[in-house]
Design a protein around this ligand. Sequence first.
Ligand code: MTE
Ligand code: MO
Length: 303
Amino acid sequence: MARRWINDLTRNDITPYPAYLNRRQLIAGMAGGAGAAALGSIAGPAHAETLEPNSWDDITSYNNFYEFGTGKSDPKEYAHLMSTSPWSVEIDGLVDRPGTYSFDDIMSNMTIEERIYRFRCVEAWSMIIPWNGFELSDLLAMAGVQDGARYVAFQTLYRPDEMPGTRYPVLDWPYVEGLRMDEAMNPLTIMATGIYGKPIPNQNGAPLRLVVPWKYGYKSIKSIVKISLVADEPPTSWNEANPREYGFYSNVNPNVSHPRWSQASERVIGGGLFAKREPTLMFNGYEKEVASMYEGMDLEKYH
Ligand SMILES: Nc1nc2c(c(=O)[nH]1)N[C@H]1C(S)=C(S)[C@@H](COP(=O)(O)O)O[C@H]1N2
Ligand SMILES: [Mo]
């Protein structure tokens, strides 16, 4: 039933409320007679009722994937050069079952769900994207997280022959990112493998990429080939490139400006040339779900 809903997805089929809600939680909650409690505890962002996904065209032709160039249309133009089959992910570090996991192996062990999430780039544009994927926590459980693991480090494919943008030293390749363990285990954090029920296009990070909806887009690392469970905060590409402008946390925060621009509002892609900017929401609208992870932290210092 869930699969039919995903595969035959049309604009009208998209449940508007609570749009991003994990169907598994929804069903589990209702079966246990605790539906109302489940809904209450993970009720969506303030504007969940009105989440209207961007078009397939918006989502797949306006991209950041610097391995293919820094222009917004470069990924769509060049990402076909990247071969994504076969694909495997090496999982190492503080795990019980380190090893090379094939993409097919991962997929046969994961339950694919749809999550309609806001997506906010640090450059102050945004979209709403209907992802398909699975919770990162399920993948980590497959590898068996050990006690000493406090962070998760991710690495993108680095294949210069297939990635013309890596000829330029824009970033220190390969692209790397990281999350604190509680962020990685948060149910909102997913590994996306599809958009609109179709396999995720290369320009969006095929065959699997991270999506962390309450953080600026650059945390959502694409085309992942390696995941390491580690004890210490791992280096991240944008932080290494410019630590003053890009912190490790990178939580969406309208009250903390980027040194070169305000983060108080955003331009919604697809709204047309004269569309009004929309106010940016704390934690990108996911405050209720994630704010407790940062209680007592100075969000300006740990930006
Ligand atoms: N490997 C890699 N991952 C990346 C990037 C990149 O350049 N390389 N760009 C990031 C940035 S800045 C954004 S906004 C999102 C864009 O995702 P989208 O193109 O699917 O919208 O991918 C993020 N992940
Ligand atoms: Mo971004």
